[in-house]
Design a protein around this ligand. Structure first.
Ligand SMILES: [Zn+2]
Length: 60
């Protein structure tokens, strides 16, 4: 079990709005938007990706 409350979020390309990556953030330590420079396959270049909507886990 992971410690703390980590939340899975999408990293969304700011140019084309594609949800290219998933990452885990700790909402206690990260406030506001997370931004990372990542390669986008659609743009075919490295673009700024911002943390987007939370990925909900369906409990099963
Ligand atoms: Zn893109």
């Amino acid at each position: 079990m992971p410690r703390g409350k980590n939340t899975n979020v999408y990293l969304i390309c700011k140019d084309c709005k594609m949800q290219n990556y998933k990452t885990r953030i700790n909402k206690k330590t990260i406030t506001g938007k997370l931004e990372q420079n990542k390669f986008c396959a659609k743009c075919n270049k490295a673009t700024l990706h911002a943390s987007g909507s939370e990925i909900k886990h369906s409990s099963s």
